[in-house]
Design a binder for this molecule. Sequence first.
Ligand SMILES: NC(=O)C1=CN([C@@H]2O[C@H](COP(=O)(O)OP(=O)(O)OC[C@H]3O[C@@H](n4cnc5c(N)ncnc54)[C@H](OP(=O)(O)O)[C@@H]3O)[C@@H](O)[C@H]2O)C=CC1
Ligand SMILES: N[C@@H](CC=O)C(=O)O
Length: 360
Amino acid sequence: MKHVRLGLIGCGVVGSGVLRVLSDRGGIVGDMLLEPTRIAVKHLSRPRPSYVPREKLTDDWRSVCLADDVDVVIEVMGGVDVAHEVVCTALRAGKPVVTANKALMAAYGPELRAMARQHGVSLRYEASVLGGVPVIHALETYFRVNRITGLRGIVNGTSNYILTRMTQEGASFADALAEAQALGYAEPDPTSDVEGHDAFFKLQVLLQVLGVDTEPLRRGALLPTSGANSAGTRPVAYLAAPREGIAHLTPDDVERARLRGEKLKHVASARWREDGVIEVRVGVESLAPTDPLFGIDGVENALAITGDVVGTVTLTGPGAGALPTASAVLEDVMQWAAVAYAGNDAVEDELGWRLNPSRR
Ligand SMILES: NC(=O)C1=CN([C@@H]2O[C@H](COP(=O)(O)OP(=O)(O)OC[C@H]3O[C@@H](n4cnc5c(N)ncnc54)[C@H](OP(=O)(O)O)[C@@H]3O)[C@@H](O)[C@H]2O)C=CC1
Ligand SMILES: N[C@@H](CC=O)C(=O)O
């Protein structure tokens, strides 16, 4: 049995979820023994669940990234600036990294992937989009025959949970948000969820996986009235309308949609145009029962991927929460381990093909 030593940076909702899964299974996942050897947190004295090995806690994340007894660094602390330093430190030290951090990947994805390649190590981020649903894996390894022409989804569990509770139970926005926080769905700062930032980050990560230039999105750039054509070889994405969240919605808005037989949903979408420009929208839509996203309720997420040959394929599943996200994090660890320990180079080639133009 192969022994894989994990260094966790962060032990909140997601980090604790990872430790709970490992504790429940005695560390054995497939043919690997996964052992958390070091765990970095911010507040050493904070109460933790019983399955968190307190003797392994430190408030020095750098020592975890550089430790000889850490084979893989798992970044589940959130935020951007320190997380960026964490991931760069680990990659430069030759450690593979698994992260759940979409804010980080939206801002620094291209740089971090390049750094990982330069140092010959793996960087995986399945948990950053759609929680437990393997959508990044699907986009990286499948859809080669198809030219993708559209992505459309409900990609923020907190917003969907709030809107569902308001629609079905008449709950107040504040109560539903408090529930989403208690259930571990919301970001440490839930403004990111309810103002649409989180969904926007996730769409940027997905577009990056598909080789799209997301730099204008990072700047919040709206589609120029002219001259938006892609001059280069890569498609370029722009916002077709300002990003919108759900925080401005009133109970009356929700009720009016319900009386029409519709539901208000927070939807993120990207549409590929013939001229190489991709139009991105992140905002509220009133969905009719015929819409494939109409039945996606609660913390459930969905992504409809449209290809020119297959038509539309929709992936759905739990979009947030400790265990679904821990599942995605540990699947990434196992994906890396399959390459590193089983010598299965084909897996690495599969996962890297779309990001490395020489493999296209
Ligand atoms: N919650 C979810 O459902 C999902 C979350 N994610 C992503 O996962 C990441 C973590 O989210 P979540 O677990 O909910 O967040 P939490 O706020 O629950 O946990 C954050 C953890 O990071 C630790 N931390 C913060 N700053 C530092 C620091 N400087 N050094 C060391 N540790 C630090 C905190 O320490 P302490 O405990 O001491 O405060 C805490 O343990 C985010 O990027 C989020 O976007 C992705 C998918 C789903
Ligand atoms: N806060 C996020 C967590 C998962 O990415 C959400 O609600 O979707």
